[in-house]
Design a protein around this ligand. Structure first.
Ligand code: GLN
Length: 188
């Protein structure tokens, strides 16, 4: 419904994964996993509530639907948002046990690219941070798959995986593959 979903669609189709866009509760019926893109998490919250998608989506993920979120997608999945600068209450799905601080890696013009070591991939990957959220706390059941300047930037909690940055922008597909492999049992 919002954000850079077409970059994710491109990656999944290159990997031979069948995709569909999810905008309404009916769209949830035939999916085995959901990717929530980068974009604007406040808009995702509002639109998903308006289309009646918020509650069914929250329930399905809580009941085990695998989910992969990048940047705004991470915020939308997270349990808590660091509230210091919050002027209004932002609703999140609350299914990933972590706290995030929105825009904590700087404003749009402070966007940056780096490479991150991901032990589970045995390699480093390119990572683009754009008004990216910082993960400031994680629950005991959350695994850290990569860090940047000592903060977790890729995390996983059973079938839910999320990252602060955008692998999809550079067509980097290995985190998508890791999620597909771990959460849906699809071969890499
Ligand atoms: N800052 C955005 C938000 O709060 C996320 C930015 C992004 O997805 N690149 O939702």
């Amino acid at each position: 419904m919002q954000g850079d979903f077409s970059a994710h669609l491109k990656i999944f189709s290159e990997l031979g994964v069948k995709t569909r866009l999810v905008r309404t509760p009916r769209d949830l019926e035939e999916i085995d996993g959901i990717a929530i893109p980068g974009g604007e998490s406040t808009v995702m919250s509002r639109l998903s509530e308006r289309y009646g998608l918020f509650e069914p989506l929250r329930t399905r993920i809580a009941e085990g639907l695998p989910a992969f979120g990048t940047c705004a997608g991470l915020i939308f999945l997270a349990k808590h948002i660091d509230g210091a600068s919050q002027t209004f209450q932002q609703t999140t799905l609350g299914v990933l046990d972590c706290t995030v601080a929105r825009n904590a890696y700087g404003a749009q013009r402070e966007s940056f690219q780096t490479r991150l070591e991901v032990a589970a991939l045995g390699d480093s990957i390119p990572a683009t941070f754009i008004r990216a959220p910082k993960i400031t706390a994680i629950g005991e059941n959350v695994e850290v798959l990569a860090t940047w300047q000592e903060a977790p930037v890729v995390v996983r909690q059973s079938g839910i995986m999320a990252c602060s940055f955008h692998p999809e922008i550079e067509g980097e597909s290995r985190l998508h593959q890791l999620w597909l492999h771990g959460a849906l049992g699809l071969e890499r």
